[in-house]
Structures are given as C-alpha cells and as structure tokens.
Write a protein that binds this ligand. Structure first.
Ligand code: AMP
Length: 313
C-alpha cells in the first residue's frame, strides 16, 4: 500500500537477486518505483524516496557510483562512499523496501570499458555535456541497465539535475521503455544552496559564497519575468557576477524547459528555465530555476512583500 512505513530495507547486491526480489511484487501486481542514486545520501535523495513511496506500492533505491559517467580527470575515485550511513538514513526514513547496491561487474559484466553504451543525441554534448564529454551517455547507459534489472513502473529523478532528467526522459521515450518518469523538486539549504554530495568539497569560505549561484539564477529569472528579453546580456552579467565572487563559471544559459532547446524569443517566460554550472574551489556546482507560472507569480509576490518590508520604518 503506498505510504506504509518500512523500518529496514532489504539490501541486495546482485542483479539476479534483485530480479528475483521484484518478481514476487510483479506477480502480486504491486507497482514499483525506482530511485537511482550514487549514495552519500542527503535530504534531496530522501525527498525523492518519499515521492516514490507516494507513487507506488514498493520502492527500490539503488546506490551505485557509476564509473562510465565520470571523465578521466573527474572525482570517481574520491566520490564519497558512505554505505553504512546511507543504509541507516534509509532505515530511519522508512520509505524504501529494498536497496540495490551492486558492484561494477553486476552492472557491467563485460567491464565498464567494454560495455555496450547508450549513445544520446546532440543535447548530451551541450550545457554540462560540453565540458563532460561522454557523461550523459554514461548516465543513460547505467539508467537503462537499472531499469532492465529492477523493471519499475515509475522512475523518480530530481529536477536538480535537469539536463539529466530531460536526457533520461528522451531515452525512455526513444527506446520505448515502459516506465513513467516522475521528477521531484530541488532540496536546498536555508541559504538557497542546492544540497549536493559534492558540497563537501567546499571549504568553509567557499561554502559561504556558494549560495551566490542560486542567487544569480534568481536575478536572471526575475529580470526575464519583468520583461527583459536580452538573454545574452543576462547570461553574461550572471557569469561576470559569479566570476567576481571567485567562481569559474562553465555556463549560465536560458533554455526552453520542455526540451532544453535554445529559446527563439517567442516563448513566454513560464516555458523557460535558467541553468548554470560553475566551479568553486574543488567543487563543480550545478543549479537551475524554472520560470513556471507559479514560480513567476511567487517571485513577484515575494518581491512585492520584500519591497513592502524594507519600506517599513
Ligand atoms: P546523485 O546521487 O547525485 O546521482 O543523485 C541521485 C538523484 O537525486 C538524482 O535524480 C538527482 O537529481 C537527485 N538529487 C540530487 N540532489 C538533489 C537535491 N538537492 N534535491 C532533490 N533531488 C536531488
């Protein structure tokens, strides 16, 4: 039954055991939701597990640091692996029935270098894909395998990794995979910084400056909502602002929210999204902000309220 508390998830390490485990649920016609993660779990992951629980009878989380989505100079070796703490968090949250924790050979039986890969079209080479060649092919390749092993009805992903979400949706549609993709909102610290496993790479001083990334996106979004259509200038100003604060911006871009195509200037603001990636010290931070109707309305209401508040004696 959706919503029931599950005190301790079953931990499975092999693809065969995982397949066997879901078979009984399938026979009894229970819906299954999958929440893929790379571990080092935080409130963002837990929020997706809660969403999954509301969407299906059974929830499977996976913890797998996927080698094929990391470039040679990236942080695969140092990526935080905190399995015991992750399992404790999931047990306390009571939202997950099973945790699939495979090793590389379970996911890539022929080895990661010799693996059959999903090759994604052009969008995979833009935005984050421009500076991370092969990253989204690696993401698509692992998600495809996890879908084949767990056979979920619902796949739950975070809006935090918006390009990943759009690319996985495209793969699911293009390969005819029978799964519904559901997305959950970005969980943030109180100062606006999107929670991320990679935030731990920040020094204290960098952590203090990190919320500027979200603030820069908010400024671009507010300007567009106020009618500024010069996206190029807005993007440039935001990148300059980040650079001045010590970030090394990778990109700040306004795109169409539906498919991440470049806007042609005729889209209404609520069909747009602002995305950014920037390095701060040893961390590469990404964030995005959709300009959906409610966001825009809320932003105006908040702005008005703030103006009112500061005008008070
Ligand atoms: P990761 O472990 O970083 O691969 O992320 C696993 C899933 O959690 C992905 O679908 C991410 O988009 C999602 N996620 C990561 N950070 C957050 C966050 N702060 N809020 C909501 N979802 C998140």
């Amino acid at each position: 039954m959706p919503g029931a508390f599950v005190p301790k998830p079953v931990v499975l390490h092999t693809a065969d055991r995982m397949r066997e485990f879901v078979r009984d649920w399938r026979v009894s016609q229970q819906g299954i939701a999958l929440v893929p993660t790379m571990g080092n779990l935080h409130e963002g992951h837990l929020s997706l597990a809660r969403l999954a629980r509301a969407e299906a009878d059974r929830v499977v989380a996976t913890i797998f640091v996927n080698p094929t989505q990391f470039g040679a100079s990236e942080d695969f070796a140092s990526y935080p692996r905190t399995l015991d703490a992750d399992l404790e968090l999931l047990a306390a949250a009571g939202t997950v029935d099973a945790v699939f924790v495979p090793d590389d050979r379970e996911i890539y039986p022929y080895g990661a270098r010799e693996a059959v890969r999903v090759s994604m079209p052009a969008l995979s080479r833009e935005l984050c894909g421009a500076s991370r060649p092969g990253h989204f092919d690696g993401v698509a390749s692992v998600v495809c395998r996890l879908l084949n092993i767990v056979t979920p009805d619902v796949l739950v992903l975070g809006l935090k990794d918006y390009q990943q979400l759009i690319i996985v949706k495209r793969m699911v549609a293009d390969l005819g995979i029978g799964v519904r993709v559901v997305s959950g909102p970005t969980m943030r610290d109180t100062d606006g910084l999107a929670i991320s496993s990679r935030n731990r790479y920040l020094t204290d001083d960098e952590r203090d400056r990190a919320p500027l990334l979200h603030a820069a996106l908010e400024r671009v979004a507010a300007a567009i909502c106020d009618g500024d259509g010069n996206f190029g200038a807005l993007q440039q100003a935001a990148a300059d602002e980040l650079r001045a604060a010590g970030f090394v911006p990778d990109y700040v871009e306004v795109r169409c929210a539906a498919d991440l195509a470049k806007p042609n200037g005729r889209q209404p603001p609520d069909e747009l999204i602002v995305l950014a990636a920037a390095r701060l010290g040893n961390a590469r931070l990404i964030d995005n902000l959709g300009l959906s109707a409610t966001d825009a309305a809320n932003r105006h209401a908040t702005d008005a309220a703030n103006r009112g508040a500061t005008a008070k004696p």
